[in-house]
Each structure stands twice: as structure tokens, then as C-alpha cells.
Design a protein around this ligand. Structure first.
Ligand code: NDP
Length: 313
């Protein structure tokens, strides 16, 4: 059976950065790209906040660049999904979804998280054309415009206050009459004059103009779930902030997670609850979720994997 020193699961900024560092440390990393090669950034347009791209870069292009850089040092990047990891003994036996099996001396889990969407057909159509799940990534495009955020947790509150600094008006659409966000975040929302809270409202449809590949969102149709009343708000950006789901299903009951499924790592480290398994990027970070922070923890994971292997000699 093939035995690899370092297996990387996932191909976002965390996975590719881990691959660059692990390859340069001669760990000959093998990466399985997963369901969405390139990760969440392949679903965004312009990335303006990753250092080193003074003119900005398209998300998919940035991921292509990271892949090229990882390949340049000999990372073995493979198409496929990891279906199972036996964490009970080292080297870890790993099964790929096509049935292929291998042994891994260390594993870096960089499977990311998936933003939850409302599930509306119109929302799907306007993704990349006004619908976004990341205010820090896309808020800039709506400077001086009116936008909406849907959700009532800390992410929605944070995104609404972030956008309120850039935009003329921010509607915060929440399905209940109380925010789930922390009291401190609630206070910030209530004290921001250009945020209008729409309590007990749900989204029925996103509307806009579509011409070929060009899409321009111009509103959302909402309904009040207490009165049944419908209304249209005029907005150009629609930010979904109803939570993320970390991609950790295959590690359930195997690696320590918090109650929402995020992997728990040791402080100042990427070490998980199993020696030799490290976690990097959004799969262990529900607070920052930035490409650059994911890349940072990817680097840490590769360095820690190398040190771990060194200690085993
Ligand atoms: P949460 O699960 O906390 O909140 C999700 C929000 O979206 C809830 O208000 C929920 O409504 C609403 N929602 C869920 N599904 C739907 C739906 N289908 N339609 C409409 N609304 C929906 O997710 P967050 O991403 O906000 O936070 C996740 C975790 O990360 C939390 O523990 C949070 O505290 C933490 N976090 C901390 C931050 C910080 O400390 N700076 C920043 C961001 C997140 P309802 O309330 O009715 O259930």
C-alpha cells in the first residue's frame, strides 16, 4: 500500500499553503482536492485583500496561482475526495472515494467550511451578481449603495456593521424578533444609524436584471411571517449570513470538535486531538475566515507536521 509522509485534505488557501511548505520541507505531500477544487474562493469574483496582488485578483485565478506554486515544489495534487480516515493508529489508513487506499504518517485537514444559503432559486441565479456570503470580500463593490444582510447571529451583526461603514443603507433581515448575536454586537447594530432592522421578515425572492452573463440585482421581495404582508426593498447587494457548516463529517467521533462541528486545535498550534493530525483554515476557524488567515494556519500545519515527523525518528 502507498505510504505518504504528509496527506493534505482540501485545496483552499490553507491546503495549498500547507502543500507549498510541506513540499519545500521535502515531505512530498499528497493532496486530495475535494469536492470543490480551490475551495470557497473559486465562488468569489475579485479578491482585493490578499497581500501581494496590488491590483486585486479574481478568486479562481488566485487559487490557480496557489496550485501552480504548490506543484512547482513537487506536491502531488490529486483529484478526489477522502472518504474515511482511520484515526485509531499511525500511520493513518485513508480511503479515497474511488476505493483507493493509502497510509499517511501525518494528515493536514484543510477541508474548509461551506456558507449556508437560503436555498432560493433566485438566490442561486444572482450568486456572483449581487448575492454574496462574505461582506469582507465583496462589500467594497457596494460603496455608497443600499444592501441587505440576512441573519441574526454574530456573523450577520458583524457583516451589517462592516457594510454600514461603506454603504448608504443596510437592511438587516431577521426571521425572528430577537437577534441571536452577542449583546455587544447587538448594541453595535442598534447604535448604527444606517442599519434598518426588519424583524420577523423572510426573503421570498431576489430580483434584478439579467442579460446573458451580466446580472444586476436590484431588490428583494420579503414577507412578514407574523402578518403575511409582502414588501420589496431596493438594494444592489444581498449578503447571506446565516452560518457556515464546517466540512468535518468524516471526522465525527474521531477528532475533537465544538458543538457546531469546528475542529478544536491546541492554542497557538494546529494540532488536533489526535497526534499527527493537524487542522488548518476555516475548518478550525469560525471567527476570521479569511484567505490570508487560512494560508497562515496552513503554513503552521506544515511546519508542525514536519516537526512531528522529525520527533518520530
Ligand atoms: P449562527 O448560527 O449563530 O446564526 C445564524 C443566524 O442565521 C441565526 O440568527 C438564524 O436565525 C439565522 N438563520 C439560520 N438559518 C436561516 C434561514 N434558513 N433563514 C433565515 N435565517 C436563518 O451563525 P453565525 O455565523 O452568526 O455564528 C456562528 C458562530 O460563530 C457563533 O457561535 C458566533 O457567536 C460565532 N461568531 C463569533 C464572532 C465574533 O465573536 N466576532 C463573529 C462571527 C461568528 P435564528 O436566530 O432564528 O435561529
Amino acid at each position: 500500500m502507498e505510504q505518504v509522509k504528509c496527506l493534505i485534505i482540501g485545496s483552499g488557501p490553507a491546503g495549498y499553503t500547507a502543500a507549498i511548505y510541506a513540499a519545500r520541507a521535502d515531505l512530498k505531500p499528497v493532496m486530495y482536492e475535494g469536492m470543490e477544487p480551490g475551495g470557497q474562493l473559486t465562488t468569489t469574483t475579485e479578491v482585493d485583500n490578499f497581500p501581494g496582488y496590488p491590483e486585486g485578483v479574481e478568486g479562481p485565478k488566485m487559487m490557480e496561482d496557489m496550485k501552480k506554486q504548490a506543484s512547482r515544489f513537487g506536491s502531488d495534487i490529486r483529484w478526489g475526495m477522502v472518504a474515511e480516515v482511520d484515526t485509531s493508529r499511525r500511520p493513518f489508513k485513508v480511503i479515497i472515494d474511488d476505493g483507493y487506499e493509502l497510509l499517511a504518517e501525518t494528515v493536514i485537514v484543510a477541508t474548509g467550511a461551506t456558507a449556508k444559503y437560503l436555498g432560493l432559486e433566485s438566490e442561486e441565479r444572482f450568486k456572483g451578481g449581487g448575492v454574496s456570503a462574505c461582506a469582507t470580500c465583496d462589500g467594497f463593490f457596494y460603496k455608497g449603495r443600499d444592501v441587505a444582510v440576512v441573519g441574526g447571529g454574530d456573523t450577520a451583526a458583524e457583516e451589517a456593521t462592516y457594510l454600514a461603514n461603506l454603504c448608504r443603507k443596510v437592511y438587516l433581515i431577521h426571521r425572528r424578533d430577537k437577534l441571536r448575536a452577542s449583546k455587544a454586537m447587538q448594541k453595535r447594530v442598534f447604535n448604527t444609524p444606517n442599519i434598518e432592522l426588519l424583524w420577523n421578515h423572510e426573503v421570498k425572492e431576489i430580483v434584478g436584471v439579467e442579460q446573458g452573463f451580466t446580472k444586476a440585482l436590484n431588490g428583494a421581495i420579503l414577507f412578514n411571517n407574523k402578518t403575511g404582508e409582502e414588501k420589496k426593498i431596493d438594494i444592489e447587494g444581498f449578503f447571506v449570513a446565516i452560518g457556515h457548516k464546517p466540512n468535518t463529517d468524516i471526522f465525527k467521533d474521531k477528532l475533537e470538535m465544538d458543538e457546531t462541528g469546528y475542529l478544536i486545535t491546541r492554542p497557538d498550534s494546529t494540532a488536533t486531538s489526535i497526534e499527527g493530525i493537524f487542522a488548518a483554515g476555516d475548518v478550525q476557524d469560525k471567527h476570521f475566515r479569511q484567505a490570508v488567515t487560512a494560508a497562515g494556519t496552513g503554513c503552521m500545519a506544515a511546519i508542525e507536521a514536519e516537526r512531528f515527523l522529525g520527533e518520530q525518528l
